[in-house]
Design a protein. Structure first.
Length: 262
């Protein structure tokens, strides 16, 4: 029976790059994102280039009812998923109190609740199948507080700690759990979050989605718990351990302000 890798946030950025990297390795895919036209085009291209089966589903995972419908389809279907990649995510930038609450709620619904629900539903399917692998996408932001991006940093800290805890819980079921923590990556994320893209362009340590994806698939094959692409990014995650909490907050605030609109 064909087994599939299900990738959320697959229409662009790291999600798309991971889809291509897995297709190159002969993996059948189920791609999920909001943009149906983009998914259809990507599925056709990957099928033609790599000869793999690529299914897709347009779904706003941040909408609980739509997510419920999607999960019901998966549960009632006969397709086995042996790799779940939770890549869908959004950010908000600027003073927390100045944001509309709806924007903050959307972030939490997608970055935290949808990811957790997918892990629960598909994790249970994997347990029945005898195993599988889950990759949750966090960020190097998860290792410190993030003034001016407070909700986003907190959501990624949740993903990191949840993934590490889940990894230990499900070992005996045959399910492997990893968490990806990339640094600044040249994607549409910054435009979508209305952030200052000039700062991203000037970042000497920024990676391409393809570089992140290549490092990630190799790390997944080794079943690494925490995947941090880039030597500079790995160093950055260690810095908060060496500094006081107040200094970490001050430095993060200074850096994050440069990303926020003036």
């Amino acid at each position: 029976m064909t087994r599939y890798a299900l990738i959320t946030g697959a229409s662009s950025g790291i999600g798309l790059a991971l889809a291509e990297a897995l297709a190159r390795r002969g993996r059948s895919l189920i791609l999920v994102a909001r943009q149906r036209d983009a998914l259809e085009s990507i599925a056709l291209e990957l099928n033609q280039r790599f000869g793999v089966e690529v299914l897709f589903r347009a779904c706003d995972l941040g909408e609980p009812l739509r997510l419920s419908g999607f999960l019901l389809e998966l549960e009632e279907g006969d397709r086995q998923i042996d790799l779940l990649v939770n890549c869908a995510g959004i950010g908000t930038c600027g003073p927390f109190l100045a944001h509309d609450w709806s924007a903050e709620q959307d972030l939490i619904e997608l970055n935290v609740l949808a990811l957790t629900r997918l892990c629960h539903a598909i994790g249970n399917m994997m347990a029945v199948q005898g195993g599988g692998q889950i990759l949750n996408v966090s960020s190097i932001a998860a290792f410190q507080p993030g003034p001016w991006l407070s909700t986003y940093f907190a959501s990624k800290a949740y993903v990191l700690h949840f993934s590490e805890g889940l990894r230990e819980e499900v070992k005996k079921t045959g399910i492997k759990v990893s968490v990806l923590c990339p640094g600044v990556t040249r994607t549409r994320f910054f435009d979508a979050a209305k952030m200052n893209t000039d700062t991203v362009e000037q970042s000497t340590g920024a990676m391409t989605p393809e570089e992140v994806a290549l490092y990630t698939v190799r790390a997944l094959e080794k079943n690494k718990a925490i995947i941090i692409p880039g030597r500079r990014n790995r160093w950055i995650t260690r810095v908060p351990r060496l500094l006081s909490r107040w200094m970490t907050r001050k430095i993060a605030a200074s850096i994050n302000k440069s990303y926020c609109p003036r």
